[in-house]
Design a protein around this ligand. Structure first.
Ligand SMILES: Nc1ncnc2c1ncn2[C@@H]1O[C@H](COP(=O)(O)OP(=O)(O)O)[C@@H](O)[C@H]1O
Ligand SMILES: O=c1ccn([C@@H]2O[C@H](COP(=O)(O)O)[C@@H](O)[C@H]2O)c(=O)[nH]1
Length: 211
């Protein structure tokens, strides 16, 4: 019987570099070792709402996420069962029709703005990481990304930032830093932190193999 997979939570503000850190860690291992679960893919389905109404949702509030489904999937993966991971489409602000069938792996990285906000998720984590990047850098990165990749206008990104992203960051995301075991400044290009994370994962995997 194999050990339970190791669960690593990677939280941090939007544009802090969570995805980049996660990708850099994954690149140190074979494709078979790490499964990434993006909390973003577990935004609540909003297909029943007209597009205009979906624009009013606060996507930075804990209630925007279907954490019940996310927790069910993490439990299944911990029990070495495969799951159908939902797919989220940022351009239409709802889930897409497709799902991705994913197999359990020895390491699960759960990445998202609010993964340290729900105690039920925190309880499932072996290592908790917070990627900590200054707000000015995060908004610049977000502007570039949302306009290029998520089909957004400059005005809509700024308006959403001021009305939802910034206040929710201060209220819900920033306070979760206190739960982190490791705080990674600046995100994606902090190779010292990424090396440390990779060594820690290697150690855990080696210990599990020795047993
Ligand atoms: N250290 C860094 N320096 C410069 N750009 C970065 C850095 N880390 C991430 N980025 C860029 O910022 C954007 C947001 O990074 P990403 O990893 O997607 O953040 P998050 O997942 O936290 O929203 C991406 O376009 C990424 O390439
Ligand atoms: O329909 C949506 C769903 C989410 N968002 C924004 O995405 C970020 C989270 O993604 P990161 O990759 O961590 O930046 C969150 O701040 C939401 O505001 C959205 O704009 N529209």
């Amino acid at each position: 019987m194999k050990d339970k997979p190791v669960v690593i939570g990677v939280a941090g503000g939007s544009g802090s570099g969570k995805t980049s850190v996660t990708r850099s860690i994954c690149n140190r291992f074979s494709d078979k070792t790490i499964l990434v679960i993006e909390q973003d893919y577990y935004y609540k389905d909003q297909s029943h709402l007209p597009f205009e109404e979906r624009l009013n949702t606060n996507y930075d509030h804990p209630l925007a996420f279907d954490n019940d489904l996310l927790i069910e999937h993490i439990h299944d993966l911990l029990n070495r069962k495969s799951v159908n991971k939902p797919v989220y489409d940022y351009k239409i602000h709802t889930r897409s029709e497709e799902v991705i069938h994913v197999q359990p792996k020895d390491v699960i990285i759960l990445e998202g703005i609010l993964v340290l906000e729900d105690p039920r998720l925190v309880d499932l984590m072996d290592i908790k990481v917070f990627v900590d990047t200054d707000a000015d850098l995060r908004i610049i990165r977000r502007l570039q990304r949302d306009i290029k990749d998520r089909g957004r206008s400059l005005d809509s990104v700024i308006d959403q930032y001021l009305t939802a992203v910034r206040p929710s960051h201060l209220q819900f995301i920033e306070p979760t830093k206190r739960y982190a075991d490791i705080i990674i400044p600046e995100g994606g290009e902090n190779y010292v932190a990424i090396d440390i994370m990779a060594s820690k994962i290697e150690n855990i995997l080696a210990k599990n193999t020795e047993k």
